[in-house]
Write a protein that binds this ligand. Structure first.
Ligand SMILES: Cc1ncc(COP(=O)(O)O)c(C=O)c1O
Length: 474
């Protein structure tokens, strides 16, 4: 195997060819900085193919992706899964179409809904009370929504979740096939799944129609690199490619494309050994923490207990619910006292993300820190209920109607009963708590205030706690 694009770029940089073309830094790394990265930053010059009309080196590189994942077609994305999600949904759903959407989807799904004026029917994930996690999407519930709503065009879900909960894609695909509906899976957090037998199967193997992967999240590739995969014959490829060229930049970065190429080559050449050693490290880490007295680690017992269908064991979630520390403080301690930065935290838990490039030293550093902190913790009686997802929210307007209505800004504490004109999104993980058109109930405002008090970034809440609502007097 090879990384054709990456290798050609590396060899091109040593040729004495003067660049009278973009980009404007002219590969003058001495003045620009960035070293080798800038030296391979070129554009669609001769012999370097065109991402939107592949005939040569990019086609060859994309073909390697198809072979690795076993897809019908795979596309390099340089604007993250975000652009793959926008493309998949807007290209395959007719304007105004009804779609079933998992309410815990990423904001890009809602943006696609807005752009195409879709009519979303929400399916809510289960809640895993004991850990404070949002769970899976039930195939049964999806089927009953399909039966009770005519003309559903697509089912759109996130699996795995940010936290690693994997829904039963095989069963969902059986159902969507039966009713001839597309199954679009945002697998942004699961690009590492299904490549070997060391992990759970990914959505491609389980029969989804369209799958989106962020390579940069869980595999060794630069930020923004992602993939869009066509898995079945039911996807309209022409429409998909047209949409992709609308949403994605017309100047795709060769650095990012070469990084995808390189990542695919690393996996193709050495995936068995890499994943075997990765899983050994994960096992070692989890075993090392077996003796914890207070902090709980989310693990495969969730499957055995029937709490979730599948779980991605590579996610390390430390649950502190019911202890004398909250997740945000634990994350802070890990950073300030132990030099470990985790991916994110909530009140109830901390999430550490891992990959095949993590080192034993890294795993030991995190394990030792957790063991040491655990010794200082104790259980407390807490009656406070955690809020996960506001399932009771009612929409007064469809998302896409809101854009044309008059809006005004008010203080969040005065907004009870108002209709939000904006997304309100705790970040991370970027899942909207409120979508435009939904009524802001007292409970939701309390929930948002709690998040703000915990120091969490809440997009849609501006300085001085101002939010935008629909001006019903106009
Ligand atoms: C579930 C989910 N889907 C999609 C995305 C968007 O991915 P990207 O940042 O690669 O555009 C994210 C980003 O955090 C995500 O968490």
């Amino acid at each position: 195997m090879s990384a054709p694009l990456y290798e050609k770029l590396i060899s091109y940089k040593s040729m004495d060819i003067y660049p009278f073309h973009m980009p404007g830094h002219k590969r003058q790394v001495n003045k620009l900085g960035f070293g080798e990265i800038a030296e391979i930053d070129i554009t669609e010059i001769d012999d370097f193919d065109n991402l939107y009309h592949t005939k040569g080196i990019i086609k060859e590189a994309q073909n390697n992706v198809k072979i690795l994942y076993g897809t019908k077609e795979s596309y390099f994305l340089v604007n993250g899964s975000t652009v793959g999600i926008l493309t998949a949904i807007t290209s395959q759903c007719k304007r105004g179409a009804k779609v079933i959407v998992a309410r815990n989807c990423h904001k890009s799904v809602y943006n696609a809904i807005m752009i195409k004026g879709l009519d979303p029917i929400y399916v809510y994930p289960s809640i895993i009370e004991q850990y404070g996690l949002v769970g899976e999407i039930s195939p049964k519930e999806v089927e009953s929504l399909i039966i009770n709503n005519n003309d559903i065009e697509a089912v759109i879900i996130t699996s795995p979740t940010y936290d690693g909960v994997i829904s039963n894609i095989r069963e969902l695909a059986k159902i969507t096939n039966k009713y001839n509906i597309l199954l679009i899976v945002d697998e942004a957090h699961g690009a590492h799944l299904g490549i070997t037998n060391y992990t759970a199967n990914g959505a491609i193997k389980e029969g989804a129609d369209l799958v989106i992967h962020s390579l940069h999240k869980t595999l060794p590739a630069l930020t923004q690199t992602a993939l869009l995969h066509i898995v079945s014959d039911r996807v309209n490829k022409t429409k998909l490619e047209r949409s992709l060229s609308i949403f994605q930049t017309s100047s795709p970065s060769y650095i990012l494309m070469a990084s995808i190429d390189n990542c695919i080559n690393i996996l193709t050449s050495n995936k068995e050994a890499l994943f075997m050693s990765y899983m050994n490290n994960i096992d070692y880490f989890r075993n090392k923490l077996n003796g914890l007295k207070n902090i709980r680690i989310v693990g495969m017992d969730m499957i055995e207990k029937g709490i979730v269908f599948q779980y991605d064991i590579t996610k390390l979630i430390f649950v502190v619910k019911g202890l004398n520390i909250n997740g945000n403080n634990l994350a802070e301690e890990l950073r300030n006292l132990y030099n470990v930065q985790v991916e994110y935290s909530t009140k109830d838990y901390v999430l550490a993300m891992t990959s095949i490039f993590d080192t034993m030293e890294g795993f030991n550093k995190l394990a030792d820190a957790i063991i040491s902190i655990d010794k200082r913790l104790y259980k407390v009686n807490s009656t406070e209920k955690t809020k996960y997802i506001d399932t009771y929210l009612r929409a007064k307007h469809r998302i896409n109607e809101v854009e044309d209505l008059e809006i005004k800004d008010i203080n969040i504490s005065d907004a009870i009963g108002s209709i939000s004109s904006d997304f309100i999104i705790p970040y991370p993980p970027g899942i909207p708590l409120v979508v435009p058109g939904e009524i802001l109930e007292e409970e939701t405002i309390k929930h948002i205030n709690q998040l703000l008090q915990q120091g969490i970034d809440v997009l849609g809440v501006r300085d001085n706690n101002r939010i935008s609502i629909i001006d019903e007097e106009k």
